[in-house]
Each structure stands twice: as C-alpha cells, then as structure tokens.
Design a protein around this ligand. Sequence first.
Ligand code: MLT
Ligand code: MN
Ligand code: ZN
Length: 317
Amino acid sequence: MTLRIVVLGSAAGGGFPQWNCRCPVCALAWDRDPRVKPRTQSSIAIETGDDRWTLFNASPDLRSQILATPQIQPRGLRDSPIRSVVLTNGDVDHVDGLITLRERSPLTIYATSEISAIIDANPVYGVLAKDVVARRTVDLGATFQIDDTTIEFFGVPGKVPLYMETESLKIGDVGGDTVGVDVRKGGSRLVYIPGCAVVNDDVRARVEGADALLFDGTVFEDDEMQRAGVGVKTGRRMGHVPLSGAGGSLEEFKGVNVGRKIYIHINNTNPILIEGSPQRQAVEAAGWEVSEDGLEVALSDAAGTRHAHGDRGSTAA
Ligand code: MLT
Ligand code: MN
Ligand code: ZN
C-alpha cells in the first residue's frame, strides 16, 4: 500500500506572488523570471483510500488546485474522490476553501474542537449543509481512521488565527488551535506541520523516524518581512519559526532521522523560492526540499521512499 501525497498549494497565506506585492521575490514572479514558480496557498491532498482523497486544509485557491490536479477531479455525476477534509488551524489560508466544497456532496470535516468552533461560529460555513457535510471533532492524541489511513492530531506551539488575536494573545501555546498531523498508511508515515512557532523536543520526537516531513517554511529570516518593507511582524510573531538562525528549523531538525524533509507554506518574501539563491542552496545542502505546487510524494513500505517531481497527473511509482 502506498501513501500518496500531492502538494496542492506550497505557498503561505496570500500565495506567491501576493496580489499587492512587488517585494524582491514577488517582483521576480510578476516579471516571469524563470527562477521562480508562482504558488497557490497551503494545502495537500492524500490518497487515504482506494481512489479516495482527503484534503489537509482547504485553501482559498482550492478550485484552481482541483483544476490542476487530475487525482482529485470528479469521476462521475456528482462523484468527487474528495471525501474528507482535515484542518490544522483556522487560518484563512486553511479554511476558506471549505466554501468551494458547497454543492451537497457528502464530505466529512475533521478538526479539533477549537478549530470546529471557528467554523461553527461563522454563518458562511452554513453553506456546508449539515445533512450532507459531517463534522468530526477529534481530540489531540486520539487516532482516527479515514479509509485505510490512520491519523492523529498533535499540538504544536502556535496561536489562534490572526483574525481572532486579542490583547492577551499568547504565541507558542500548545493546544488545539494549531496542530500537526501524523498520517500512517501501509507502514509508511508522514508528518505534516504547516505552522509551528517553536521546534521543541516534543516536535522533534514526533518527527523522528517519519518517512517524510512537510514542515512550516514560512520565512527564512525571522525579520525578513520587516527588511523587505512589507510588514512589521516577525515570523515568530506570526507563529512561524524561521528556517535560519539560532532556534531555526534548519538547526533544530539537524539530527532527526527523517526520509524526506520538505518545506511547505512558504511566504512570498522567502528567498528559498528563488532557484539557485544562496538561501535555496543552503536549504538543499542541509537535505531539505522546497515544495512546489503539484509535487507528488509516494511513500511505500516495500521499497522505501520514492518520488516524482512536478508532473501533475503522472502516477509516481
Ligand atoms: C499564517 O499562516 O500566519 C496566516 O495564514 C496568516 C494569514 O492569515 O494571513
Ligand atoms: Mn498560513
Ligand atoms: Zn512579496
């Protein structure tokens, strides 16, 4: 049994390039520089069963992601292979795409009680009629099954979504607001953590031994948004540990034993988006891959990890 993953969207909130931005990295994309590829917002799809796919986060770009990805296109009259959605936080880039899934097809949405409460409190999500779209609230640490796949939410240091921040905001709390997902199928294991404020011992222990890790690649430098003049927040203030520097993910994951380490949820300011840039080279030299939209990862227990790049629609071994 193969655990198949397709990266639907590899960029952070806003996508790459961002609609209103000509920072040095976005400018390359607007100018169609071949060193950068535009990217849609953060989401992956996993084949949890036999031709049944689960979305892990539903981005505002979901419709264009479906158009680009044969694996998740309809098979027949009102018959989509997408049967479930798993949410890792309530950020706009991860929940807005639920609206795209209206039209009365049966679906199940899996989330923690914190994330479910956000959906329930927003009347717009009422378009997902409860008689066809089921909700499953899942506790941290409790495994659940989707088709042939066993899934577990675990808390990672994070925060509430931007639009729910208050004066008493705490960054780095571990709870149900920001979670990672442990995904097991046929002896293979993926860990997916698109947002993480701190790489601590618990995060490292969780990742150890995974066949693949998809991890928060939002910013390379903690203060890169300030330096680019696009905003005042640091990566850490947004709940995203930077790649570089002391405590950065490159350093903190140095010793872990993981088959493939792949950055995802990459912000438009991050120079790893530029092929051949010193930062991209540093990341690759450290054994990391930089995901792009359409990247397929196929993990099978028989032959270890194999993969195919790009090629939407091809079947990776
Ligand atoms: C984040 O990942 O920090 C959020 O997606 C930011 C946002 O909501 O724009
Ligand atoms: Mn985000
Ligand atoms: Zn930009």
